[in-house]
Structures are given as structure tokens and as C-alpha cells.
Design a protein around this ligand. Structure first.
Ligand SMILES: Cc1ncc(COP(=O)(O)O)c(C=O)c1O
Length: 456
């Protein structure tokens, strides 16, 4: 076994990136040409994040089924990115496609501002899985977070949200904070167009730091602690033993609500980390995958929060009070959620996906142990992620400090040039119901090859 202090030679890394870039460019002429010709798109892409793709231009999608993606140059990939969780149910899952097609082509009525029978079924299923008794639907996790934060402010009469450094909850203004020099909330680097200074809306602590959380709560102005069960947007940062029990206790003690965002941590099991780890949120948010790719999201409320909200006679919950949206809860979205939850993201599917992610993680760890590169790999149910630091970070700030764009680009391009897609925003791999043991083995072999080329 090699020394655990092996370091990456940056000149060698730069040369490897160059070689992978050149292969990528020459083997994707059609994607390159479409990107070059996109004269009417802001940043040349339909949505600016698509420029996160490594190699200078994104792959253009031709088609995708299950865990396979085919680009416009005719290359087929094992997809481990799964639309950064939006496609955790697999691409175009059969049951969802059938239900949605029925609504689109047979019954009609995509969006009517009228409820359908499916909605109560989905609400009951979300209650069975996550425990919260009352649900409202959105089209994105961002919206679910935004609307639920408003409700939290209203029912507590407090102005601020407590978040964790380097969290991500969608484009929720309050959540883009990192701790400043004396612990106050300041905007994270690169934040676009903040409406007001973050210190006016937010208190920010480090994940896994209960003393820091308590200190922020002592001000008495926090409406809700908003957190993922584990941070998943700055690598995966797992909670330490006792952290969640502490959050629940402190929230109750200081009169704040506990708001859990399960959008990514749904990977932990059919009821997310909330069910897997016995969490007790007052509000729960979920989005992305529950509609099998059709825009869908939801927030769940405890009875206490719901009745406190309803008791505000002055609150306009049914029109333009800031909670709700014209297309939210539409018939297409709700039927997609019903089909996906009943037939695709089932308990059996999760058991298979989690077993595969366990194998994936063991495969990566084997290479880390054999080569001695000082990286770590962390798993959360059906997702896993490698990070360029060891041991695995315990806070968002520690994890942010381990970011390495050149290594990201190298690994993404190495994999893509050999038929495997890893999430462009991070080194995340997500299993879906269609992922097979052979797909995982393929990644394991490529990861070993990529690291061997880097530290020969
Ligand atoms: C934990 C979490 N919450 C919310 C969101 C926002 O999801 P969307 O962009 O679909 O609104 C994300 C997106 O990455 C997320 O990771």
C-alpha cells in the first residue's frame, strides 16, 4: 500500500486535464457546434448552471431512458448524475410516463387551478413516509422552501432564518449566508443581487456546531432552523451523533421551528433521513425527484404549525399573500408524483439503490486505500460523493476549503470520455432504480484508472 501522504503533482494534473479536454472536444463535434451557435441564450445555455459542465461546453442531450443518456454525437453514457437528483427515479420512468401521458393525451387538463383526486393520495403517502400530517404542493423545492419560510415567519412572528454555512436550499434569499469575521451572516462569495444584507434576514452557524446554533438562537429572532439532514451541496457532510437531537431540543427551547429540507437526502430511504434517523421536523420540504422528472415539490406542516397559520385571520393564504403559485399542484404534476411514489421510488427500489451505493463507495475507498491519495468518500443512502480531503469534512466551511476545480474537471472528463457521467456540480453519484452492479463496477474500474494515471 502507498504512503497516505501522497500528493498530486499539479503539472501532471494540468497535462492530464489538457489531454482529456482535447479528447472531449474532438469526440463531441455536434455538441460543440450547437453550443457555439447558441446566439440567443444567456450564457449560450437554456439555464446558466449548464455551463458548470467540464470541457468548455456541455453535452447536448439526444435521449435518456433509465440510467442511460445518449448525446447528440451518438455516445451512450451510464448516468450517475441523474439530473443532480431531479431524475433519481430514472429517466422517463415507465409508470410516470404512462400516468402523465394519460393526463396529457386522454383526460386532458394539464393545469386548471382545480384539485384532482390524486392530490389526497399523494398527501397521505407523504404523511406515511415522512410523518408530517398536512401537505401543500409546489413545482420546485425552491418554492417549497420559500413558501414554508414565509409561514414560519408568520406563525412565530420572528424575522430570521438560521442556516448553515455552505448550505443550499434553492434560490432562497435567506440561505446564501456564510459566517463573517465575528460570526454574523454575510453573503457567500458570488451571490447575485441580494435584496438586503444577509445579516438582516439570517443567522448562520457551522453544521455540527450545536454551541454555535445555541448562540445564534439566544437572540430570540429566529423563526426557523432550515437545514438538510446532511449537507449535500458542498460534498456530503454527515451529522455527528447527537447533532439532530440537539437541533430539535434547541429549536423547541428557543421557540424556533425546525425545518428539514429532504430534497437530496431523500436518497437515505423511502422516508428520507427523517424516517431513517427518526428526525422530528415541524416543517419538511421535498422536491426534484418525487415527480419522476415532472416539475413537482411539496412542503409538509405539523398540525400545530398549520393551525397557527390558519388562525392568522389577516393572512392571505388563498390569493396573493406570498404563498402559492398558479401552476403549483397542477393535475399533471400531482399525477406524476402519485405514479412515481407508488410504482417507482418504492421500498424495494430504495433497498437496491442503497446496496449499489454501498458497493460504489467501497470501490472508491479501495482505490483511496491502495494509492494513498488523501481524499474521502461519503455515502448517504443511494448517493455517494468523493471529496479531496481526508478525513471527510465535518462542516460546510471545511468542505468548501477542499474544493479543487482542476481535479473536478479531470475526473469528470476522464469519466465522460469513457462513457460515465458524474454530477457536474460536485463529484456525486446517485443510484436510480435502473442502475446495475455492472454500472457500478464500471465506475470503480474507471476511478482506479483515473487515480493511477494521476499518482503513478
Ligand atoms: C437541498 C436542496 N433544496 C432545494 C433545492 C432547490 O431545488 P430546485 O432547484 O429544484 O428548486 C436544491 C437544489 O439543488 C437542494 O439541493
Amino acid at each position: 500500500m502507498s504512503s497516505p501522504t501522497v500528493t498530486v503533482d499539479r503539472a501532471r494534473l494540468a497535462a492530464l486535464v489538457e489531454a482529456e479536454r482535447s479528447t472531449y472536444t474532438s469526440s463531441h463535434p455536434r455538441s460543440a457546434a450547437l453550443y457555439a451557435g447558441a446566439e440567443h441564450l444567456f450564457g449560450r445555455v437554456p439555464m446558466t448552471w449548464m455551463n458548470m459542465w467540464s470541457g468548455g461546453f456541455p453535452l447536448y442531450l439526444d435521449r435518456a431512458w433509465g440510467n442511460r443518456v445518449v448525446d447528440v454525437d451518438g455516445h451512450e453514457y451510464v448516468d450517475l448524475a441523474m439530473g443532480d437528483t431531479g431524475a433519481m427515479a430514472g429517466h422517463s420512468p415507465r409508470a410516470t410516463v404512462e400516468a402523465v401521458t394519460h393526463r396529457l393525451a386522454e383526460t386532458g387538463g394539464i393545469t386548471t387551478m382545480l384539485p384532482t383526486e390524486d392530490a389526497e393520495w399523494v398527501g397521505a403517502e407523504l404523511t406515511r413516509r415522512f410523518g408530517l400530517p398536512l401537505w401543500s404542493f409546489t413545482l420546485t423545492a425552491t418554492d417549497a422552501n420559500r413558501w414554508a419560510v414565509r409561514i414560519a415567519r408568520m406563525v412565530t412572528g420572528r424575522p430570521k432564518v438560521l442556516t448553515f454555512a455552505y448550505c443550499y436550499h434553492g434560490s432562497v434569499d435567506e440561505a446564501f449566508a456564510v459566517p463573517g469575521p465575528s460570526g454574523e451572516a454575510v453573503a457567500r462569495p458570488g451571490l447575485v443581487g441580494a435584496p438586503v444584507p444577509l445579516s438582516e434576514t439570517t443567522r448562520v452557524a457551522e453544521f455540527n456546531d450545536l454551541a454555535g446554533v445555541e448562540e445564534r438562537l439566544r437572540h430570540g429572532d429566529v423563526a426557523a432552523i432550515l437545514t438538510e439532514p446532511a449537507l449535500t451541496n458542498i460534498g456530503i457532510v454527515l451529522p455527528e451523533p447527537g447533532f439532530h437531537e440537539g437541533l430539535r431540543r434547541l429549536a423547541t427551547e428557543y421557540g424556533a421551528l425546525l425545518m428539514i429540507d429532504e430534497t437530496h437526502t431523500f436518497s437515505a430511504g423511502p422516508g428520507g433521513a427523517t424516517a431513517a434517523w427518526g428526525l422530528g421536523p415541524d416543517i419538511l420540504v421535498i422536491g426534484k425527484s418525487i415527480g419522476g422528472g415532472i416539475p413537482s415539490g411539496a412542503y409538509g406542516l405539523s398540525r400545530a404549525v398549520a393551525s397557527a397559520a390558519m388562525s392568522h385571520d389577516d393572512a392571505d393564504l388563498v390569493d396573493v399573500g406570498g404563498v402559492g403559485g398558479t401552476l403549483a399542484g397542477n393535475a399533471l404534476s400531482v399525477t406524476a408524483m402519485r405514479a412515481t411514489l407508488s410504482d417507482v421510488l418504492t421500498e424495494e427500489a430504495f433497498a437496491r439503490m442503497i446496496a449499489l451505493a454501498t458497493d460504489f463507495t467501497a470501490g472508491v475507498q479501495q482505490t483511496l486505500d491502495r494509492t494513498g491519495v488523501p481524499w474521502s468518500v461519503t455515502r448517504l443512502g443511494a448517493r455517494a460523493e468523493y471529496r479531496f480531503v481526508s478525513p471527510a469534512p465535518r462542516t460546510g466551511s471545511e468542505s468548501a476549503a477542499a474544493a479543487d476545480d482542476a481535479l473536478d474537471e479531470y475526473l469528470h472528463l476522464f469519466m465522460a470520455n469513457r462513457g460515465v457521467l458524474v454530477t457536474p456540480f460536485h463529484n456525486m453519484a446517485l443510484m436510480c432504480p435502473d442502475t446495475s452492479p455492472d454500472d457500478v463496477a464500471r465506475h470503480t474500474a474507471l476511478f482506479a484508472e483515473a487515480v493511477d494515471a494521476l499518482v503513478p
